[in-house]
Design a protein around this ligand. Sequence first.
Ligand code: CDP
Length: 238
Amino acid sequence: MNSKESPPEKNKKINIAIDGYSSCGKGTLAKQLAQHLNYVFIDSGSMYRAVTLFVLDHHIDPQDEASVERVLGDVDIRFDLNSETGRFEVVLNGVSVESRIRDLRVSSQVSYIAKISAVRRKLVEIQQKIGLNKGVVMDGRDIGTVVYPNAELKIFMTASSEVRADRRFAELEQAGQKVTWQEVFDNLVSRDTIDSSREDSPLTMSSDYRVLDNSDLSREEQFALAMTWVSDALNEIG
Ligand code: CDP
């Protein structure tokens, strides 16, 4: 075989951006892909949630932009590898906050924090540094549009609001949280509206995204479909 015919280089890595509405399974797919490809999985939403937690713990109104900006310098966000789960967890000022950022108290305020440009600038800078060496699967709202505009694979995920509320409600119930289905549904519809209509980095899709509606797909089916896109992307850079 001469050099022209050599197969795509096995060690080449890509960045994978997964964007979409709340609770549509972005994290599940991102984790599956990262595990299979031996890539790093980063949940960018956990960073916005961690900032929200900090703001609420300091009794600041998340809609009071000036006050939030004033304390941003005191917020240190990092990811540490949890050796038990093998996953990266968000660490706020030295303390892992994974177990505190998913409740409705944070969910109901996070989209106000995510509207603030100074917050976005700070978090996007961290996210871009993480992706410099490739091999990252990151999910969020602006990953393929703002954070990694050159990502080799961009996936836009969606599912019906009812299916998404069912899934998130089951997750929260399993975590022992006392919430009603209606509260969960209202929260995700309200976040989708704020996330899609904000001025800075709204949730939106460009023509270079692959669209994945998983309303009627199992985890295995969505993974198989996404892996065909990964192969295409790897072949393209091959
Ligand atoms: O898990 P779920 O899809 O419900 O939300 P998340 O990914 O944890 O994100 C929580 C919130 O953070 C979103 O509703 C957005 O307001 C914000 N976010 C964002 O603005 N940009 C990102 N890249 C990720 C999250």
